[in-house]
Ligand binder design. Structure first.
Ligand SMILES: *Cc1c(COP(=O)(O)O)cnc(C)c1O
Length: 457
């Protein structure tokens, strides 16, 4: 079979992207105070800020949108949504929400109380915030290998099963209302969790009668990694793998903006009738009636088709290969990245890329700004600006939107990164000129340190 990665689709509708000159980008960077969140999106050539809600929909999804039933109650679109989700996830109750964090808020409000403890391989930031909002403690139990950026391991998202057992012994099962597994492990670099690990965690949970829930945002990408890497799964379809995985749990939360291949939406699933009733009551209070949950009927239709398309093998082969291609081609030239490439993003290790810039001068922000200046690429810092002094790493995430960019776009990104790699010694650190009291990375303003010194003289 030919080795070239090709998109398993042809393009029927195009959206132009705008070239800017280097000089314009320099000005735009100044106006944005070196914070790429502040850039107008139309001045970005390749936008790798996030893979959330940025995917391209298929002809079948657009067709489904036209048959959306906008009835307030009992919408036919809800039946399509529920049937499609149950076909994959297998859970008894399917509750639509406007996005993943709404499903999280409802789940933790109903299941957790003050001083409870929720273990996860790694909580995503909204997941952690929603656990903490109800006064519970969010504990991350990813395996030791998952914390070493340069180490290659097939399932760096796995949960440390012994640590889970120890935690249950220490705090008691009464304080642990549920255990969660995030697939793939977004905050840990988009790394997958193996079926063997899911099985082991599930066995521990069942033994202690603790429900197991999945944060299922990238369930299809995780299923494909299992097919590629775990013995015994090569001949199974991604859907068979996903069904097996979900059967080890009792429910899930989901952001349809990821592997739902939709621009908005999410859902919450459970097998527990009593919980489902409580969740629906809360849903009515803040999201909407249980047959729409804050979404339009057309959104439910787009998600019903999207979750199925996300499991198509041709799509997943292209998706995972294309992300890996970006990672391996820059790593081959010495660019330090989190290894191995994850499913939805490549993470540059900015501390290793720019060893002359101390963490206090935001090497990740400086590198992201330089990638924009060099080639109009927008990425996001995950490091000292986002987490302050608590940041253990300074990473730059290049998240790949689903079905949006072609192989030549990826080749272009590789070229730009290698250009920046060549001139890395000339990149300067940055200093803050404004910061908000919380979530400062969205609105922070920065300037180059050298300029600051000049001002001071
Ligand atoms: C995106 C994401 C969420 C939250 O979903 P939203 O739709 O953005 O609210 C939760 N968990 C993980 C792992 C995610 O990637």
């Amino acid at each position: 079979m030919a080795k070239t990665i090709i998109e398993p689709f042809r393009i029927k509708s195009v959206e132009p992207i705008r070239w800017t000159t280097r000089q314009e980008r320099g000005q735009l960077l100044l106006s944005a105070h070196y914070n790429l969140f502040q850039l107008p999106a139309e001045d970005v050539l390749i936008d790798l800020l996030t893979d959330s809600g940025t995917g391209a929909m298929s002809t079948k999804q657009w067709a489904a949108i036209m048959v959306g039933d906008e009835s307030y109650a009992g919408s036919k679109s809800f039946d399509h949504f529920r049937d499609s989700i149950q076909d994959i996830f297998g859970y008894r109750h399917v509750i639509p929400t406007h996005q993943g964090r709404a499903a999280e808020r409802i789940l933790f409000s109903v299941m957790c109380k003050k001083d409870d403890v929720v273990p996860n391989n790694t909580h995503f930031d909204t997941t952690r915030a929603n656990v903490e909002f109800v006064g519970a403690e969010a504990v991350d139990l990813v395996i030791a290998e998952g914390k070493q950026p340069s180490l290659v391991h097939p399932f760096k998202g796995n949960m440390d099963v012994e640590a889970l057992e120890n935690l249950i012994q220490r705090v008691g099962r009464e304080r642990i209302p549920l255990v969660m597994i995030t697939v793939t492990n977004n905050s840990g670099g988009g790394q997958p969790v193996s079926m063997a690990n899911v099985r082991q965690v599930s066995a521990v949970c069942r033994r202690h009668r603790i429900p197991l829930y999945f944060d299922a945002c990238r369930f299809a990408e995780n299923a494909y990694f299992i097919k590629l890497r775990e013995p015994g799964y090569a001949l199974k379809s991604p859907k068979q793998i996903a069904r097996e995985m979900f059967a080890y749990g009792d429910g899930c939360t989901m952001s349809a903006k990821k592997d739902g291949l939709a621009n908005i939406g999410g859902f919450l699933c459970t097998n527990d009738d009593l919980l489902a009733q409580q969740e629906k009551n809360l849903l009515i209070l803040t999201e909407g009636y249980p047959t729409y949950g804050g979404l339009a009927g057309r959104d439910l239709e787009a998600i019903a088709v999207g979750v199925q398309e996300a499991l198509e093998e041709d799509y997943l082969r292209y998706r995972i290969a294309s992300t890996a291609y970006l990672g391996t081609h820059i790593a081959a030239q010495g660019v330090p990245i989190v290894q191995p490439p994850g499913g939805h993003a490549i993470y540059l290790d900015a501390r290793a890329f720019l060893p002359h810039i101390p963490p206090a001068q935001f090497p990740g922000v400086a590198l992201a700004a330089e990638l924009y200046l060099e080639g109009g690429i927008r990425s996001v810092e995950i490091g000292s600006l986002m987490f302050g002094g608590a940041a253990k790493m300074d990473l730059v995430r290049l998240a790949i939107p689903r079905r949006v960019y072609t192989q030549s776009h990826i080749d272009y990104v590789v070229e730009v990164i290698l250009e920046v790699w060549k001139k890395r010694d000339s990149i300067q650190g940055l200093k803050l000129t404004y910061e908000a009291p919380f979530l400062r990375h969205f609105t922070a303003r920065l300037e180059p340190v050298e300029q600051a010194v000049l001002h001071a003289v």
